[in-house]
Design a protein around this ligand. Structure first.
Ligand code: DGL
Length: 271
């Protein structure tokens, strides 16, 4: 029987965004095997209802658990907002979300105690960042803005066009006016737009990508539970997509780097 520590980490997102988290996890834990599921056929999640996204997220986590994983990482803010609490009840493996680590990192970084958060409509409307920041008990103000079009730009591979900059200026203007000094990228696609977001916000605003903070949480949890893989050579990284392989492969390589291997297509009945 395979020892549990040798099982892969299961991770998912609606599409490419969670690769920012995968990158950070691979950097910290290069010996860990990984299964990454991209629900490309049903991306984006942001405009959907919480109920629907919760159903999708549980369906994917059921699949990952059936594959045999030692930990689940919800590398998607929208899915974390919709399904985290239920997932922690439903599975007997630890479930890590991107929201709590990102909120804690922002609270630690702010100097003027004015924090911004941007995300998809679902994440912003869910108030999950308000809850996560409140849980830190820090005396800070949180200003939020939904940026619904950003995910589509990333999924098209557009991370720097004039059209994107114009959209970003529009979305981010209220946060600039609010005088924030720290901005949480509350969608795992957004670190791929860091260039544009920094260009619009200015260099004095600290951008918080939850990818590194989440990877750190994965490290600490596996270490604490005695579940780090003993080093035995190169790790295996699997990529599964519910959509077509073509687009995901091309952009996957660009966004993740050399660890990106071939994509297994796993279409399902989208009912
Ligand atoms: N990357 C996801 C997130 O962190 C969702 C993007 C989407 O599908 O709308 O929220």
């Amino acid at each position: 029987m395979v020892s549990r520590a040798r099982l892969p980490i299961g991770m998912f997102d609606s599409g490419l965004g969670g690769l920012t988290v995968a990158r950070a996890v691979i950097d910290l834990l290069p010996h860990e095997d990984l299964i990454y599921f991209a629900d490309s056929a049903r991306c984006p999640y942001g405009p959907r209802s919480r109920r629907e996204v919760r159903r999708f997220a549980l369906q994917i986590m059921d699949l990952l658990v059936a594959e045999g994983v030692k930990m689940l990482v919800i590398a998607c803010n929208a899915a974390s907002s919709a399904a985290l609490a239920e997932a922690r009840h439903r599975y007997d493996v630890p479930v890590i979300s991107v929201i709590e680590p990102g909120a804690r990192a922002a609270v630690a970084a702010t100097r003027n105690r004015r924090i911004g958060v941007i995300g998809t409509r679902l994440t912003i409307d869910s108030g999950s960042y308000e809850d996560a920041v409140a849980a830190t008990r820090a005396n800070v103000s949180l200003f939020s803005a939904a940026c619904p079009a950003f995910v589509d730009f990333v999924e098209r591979g557009d991370t720097a066009s004039d059209e994107l900059i114009a959209v970003a200026e529009d979305y981010l203007a209220p946060l600039k006016r609010a005088g924030i000094d720290t901005l949480i990228l509350g969608c795992t696609h957004y670190p791929l737009l860091s260039g544009v977001i920094r260009y619009v916000m200015g260099e004095d605003v600290v951008l918080i990508s939850s990818a590194e903070a989440t990877a750190n949480e994965v490290f600490v949890k596996l270490k604490h539970d005695g579940m780090l893989t003993p080093y035995t050579g190169a790790a295996t990284h699997r990529f599964i997509s519910s959509g077509s392989e073509d687009m995901f492969s091309e952009l996957g390589r660009r966004f993740l780097g050399p660890e990106f291997t071939k994509v297994e297509e796993r279409p399902w009945d989208l009912g």
